[in-house]
Write a protein that binds this ligand. Structure first.
Ligand SMILES: C[S@@+](CC[C@H](N)C(=O)[O-])C[C@H]1O[C@@H](n2cnc3c(N)ncnc32)[C@H](O)[C@@H]1O
Length: 709
């Protein structure tokens, strides 16, 4: 079940007064009591219209599957037969809303069955485009295999609908509605329904408008011209609602065979564009353009679509312009996804993985993907719930999304197999499956990585999003790709040269320095033990060495307060002490095991020594320790006395380097130190290597001076 904030979820009653699971409660709140308390909540809401709406968070420990049955296959039972804390498998209820809805985390209404029994119905996870997101008074709904739960206080229950497909809005004329609940058709003629749809449209009540047009189509029998006109209207409204599958279907069904069909192709093309299917959109808009060659609207849409296809084919983007266009309310960029350097295939690490479809040079684009779903919600307490809600809603609104989204790894969730299929005209959406997929596949994304690397601009806030294609990438601590973000665009670049056919990896999170600590995180969040070169070799290091390293790291952190020095003068004695611990830590790494792989526990002390010597303007020492930092990230560096070309570190350091923004900062510090020491060539090359690395880290070429400004 889900944690919900509902009008009556008051203090829990003592366990003795709780009804027994599976029993018919001896007393429930009467209709009058239910309406009275409901009205109190409605009034409170009316008096505080701007109070923040509760966020619904799924709790996956108490999952239950969505119903896969049609309401017509179920035994319809009266409300009086509902049993406490029970999922009524094989059964359904048909009820009418007899109150205005209370809109909280879901829509709560008082409902009545054909026998006059009343109860409370809470419907969660409906798309805003659905009438059921508001469940207006008078609507008749069927709840399939309802879950009846105690609401905290004795005698107080509610029918709780988590899976959006477990509730169906019935047409007023549906013969399944029992006689006492029937209103009969509210309006009689197709024209009346169409006019009602037009009025709802003018009032911007789009779900009602769609409902009325649907009734008009049902009533209008064989009037093809009328049907085409109504379908065109319904298609346009579904475009506004983002229900692109339905919009496309209506648009194509509205064709009459004449030149006026340009509008049908135009709407269908825009719907395909909304689904990011630019090839289909191009085909449809080309037809619209043939029929209406001088139509500015069509030309504009068609050119826009072609620009997306160009991005998909070439991977050419103006990232700087994209970044400059970001606004707090505009983080969704209108761009195509460049995926053709890669392909999905079976992985030896786990399930499927992503592989290079051609040689990719260090620094090159691996892929660029527009978010499949990413709410503009960077508030940490709301980001996950917002993504979950968006996933559920989009799967309801656009059933064609079910294919790619439900195909993602689900962490072993027990599926019914019917998810995504249409039953009673509604795609089956299991919210607990959606949540499992979310937790295993979503990424945290800053508004842009470039801002995230700048202390002055970073607000440390992350949205959560789903990039379906990039979700196929498995984790490695020494990954060969690195992701960054510009708004909802995920950019992935190669951290070293990658050969065609090689599996691509990314770091799921910045990796912790100690092998067992970071693997606990992987186990707890994603259910795997990492077998990358770094983890597997570190595991071969004896327990005693690991313990020694942990002890030394703790000692350094304590001595230095886990901070890095600024420009202040650090006393010699302290520098010597840290240096001594650092050397002991180096000795605690077995030379053969750690050959050519990172030594992550050494990075902090070496970075500390770089900063301390920089403060003392001792640039020879800065070089010495900065080279150690690079080596400890797994890069091949020379002895401090040798000449070398730092621009080569991305291509000649082997396959176990660990790329981060700290590598860039270290190269920049090295450039500064070499310059002071008079090694101008190496200084220049370090600068170039840092700029190159900064492109990998931030996704596109950026001025290094912005790194810590
Ligand atoms: C986003 S999915 C990655 C794609 C997944 N392999 C698939 O088959 O769709 C994340 C899941 O992949 C698995 N995984 C990722 N990296 C792994 C690794 N290095 N070793 C083992 N399993 C890994 C974990 O089960 C994790 O929960």
């Amino acid at each position: 079940m889900a944690v919900t904030v509902t009008p009556n979820s008051t203090a829990a009653s003592s366990s003795s007064s709780k009804p027994k699971v599976g029993t018919v409660p001896s007393r429930r709140l009467t209709k009058e009591e239910l309406i009275k308390s409901h009205n109190v909540h409605l009034k409170k809401q009316k008096n505080a219209p701007n109070a923040p709406r509760a966020v619904k968070q799924p709790v996956t420990s108490e999952t239950y599957p969505a119903s896969t049955k049609s309401i017509r296959e179920l035994e319809i039972i009266p409300l009086s037969e509902l049993r406490a804390e029970t999922h009524h498998r094989g059964k359904g209820i048909i009820v009418k809303a007899i109150s205005a809805p209370y809109a909280g985390a879901g829509a709560v209404s008082i409902v009545e069955d054909e026998f006059g029994n009343a109860d409370r119905l809470a419907i969660y996870n409906q798309a805003d485009s659905s009438i059921l997101s508001g469940a207006p008074e008078g609507c008749v709904v069927a709840v399939k295999e309802p879950f009846y739960k105690n609401n905290g206080a004795p005698n107080d229950f509610m029918i709780c609908v988590d899976h959006p497909s477990d509730v169906v809005l019935l047409r007023f004329t549906d013969p399944i509605i029992p006689e006492p609940l029937r209103l009969g058709p509210l309006l009689k003629t197709a024209e009346e329904w169409k006019n009602a749809g037009d009025r709802a449209f003018i009032e911007k009540d789009f779900p009602t408008s769609v409902f009325c047009y649907s009734e008009a189509l049902q009533v209008s029998e064989d009037n093809a011209a009328f049907q085409a006109a109504v379908r065109t209207k319904r298609s346009s409204i579904n475009l506004i609602l983002g229900r692109y599958d339905a919009a496309k279907k209506d648009a194509l069904a509205s064709r009459t065979g004449g030149p006026q069909d340009w509008r049908a192709y135009y709407n269908a093309g825009r719907a395909a564009y909304g689904l990011c299917d630019y090839a289909e959109s191009d085909a449809l808009l080309s037809k619209a353009r043939e029929l209406s060659p001088d139509n500015d609207k069509v030309i504009r849409e068609h050119e826009r679509c072609r620009a997306r296809l160009h991005e998909e084919e070439t991977g050419e983007y103006d990232f700087a312009e994209m970044h400059a266009s970001l606004r707090p309310r505009a983080v969704h960029l209108d761009r195509g996804s460049f995926l053709r350097n890669t392909r999905v295939a079976e992985s030896t690490r786990h399930g499927r993985g992503l592989f290079a479809a051609r040689d990719i040079a260090a620094g090159e684009l691996v892929l660029v993907e527009k978010a499949t779903l990413m709410p503009n919600q960077y508030e940490p307490t709301r980001a996950s719930a917002a993504l979950y809600a968006l996933m559920v809603r989009q799967l309801c609104d656009n059933p064609s999304l079910a294919g790619p989204v439900l195909d993602l790894y689900d962490g072993g969730y027990a599926r019914s197999g019917a998810e995504g299929t249409l039953v009673d005209g509604v795609p089956i959406v299991d919210v607990f499956l959606v949540e499992s997929i979310r937790t295993k596949n979503c990424f945290s994304s800053p508004r842009s990585t470039i801002e995230d690397t700048r202390p002055s601009l970073s607000d440390g806030r992350f949205a959560k999003g789903l990039w379906v294609y990039a979700s196929h990438i498995n984790h490695s601590c020494v990954a060969n790709t690195m992701r960054s973000f510009v708004g909802d665009m995920l950019i992935s670049r190669a951290t070293r040269d990658i050969k065609e056919g090689e599996e691509l990896f990314q770091q799921y999170v910045p990796v912790r320095t100690v092998v067992d600590v970071r693997n606990k995180q992987f186990r707890d969040t994603w259910g795997f033990e990492c077998t990358c070169d770094l983890c597997s070799r570190e595991r071969r290091s004896p327990e005693a060495s690991l313990a020694k390293r942990k002890e030394l790291v703790a000692a350094v952190e304590k001595m230095c307060n886990k901070k890095l020095p600024g420009r202040e003068l650090i006393p010699d004695a302290k520098i010597r002490s840290v240096d001594k611990l650092m050397r002991q830590l180096e000795d605690a790494h077995e030379a053969d095991l750690y050959e050519g792989i990172p030594r992550l526990t050494l990075i902090y002390p070496c970075n500390w020594l770089v900063a301390a010597h920089r403060g003392r303007k001792n640039y020879a020492k800065v070089v010495k320790y900065a080279l150690k930092v690079l080596r400890n990230f797994g890069f091949k560096v020379p002895d401090e006395t040798e000449t070398w070309d730092p621009r080569e570190i991305y291509v000649n350091s082997g396959n176990a380097t660990l790329m981060t923004v700290h590598v860039v900062a270290t190269l920049r510090t090295l450039a500064e130190a070499y310059e002071v020491l008079g090694h101008d060539d190496i200084a220049e090359w370090c600068h170039e290597a840092a700029e190159f690395g900064y492109t990998i880290v931030t996704g596109f070429k950026n001025d290094l001076n912005t790194l810590d400004k």
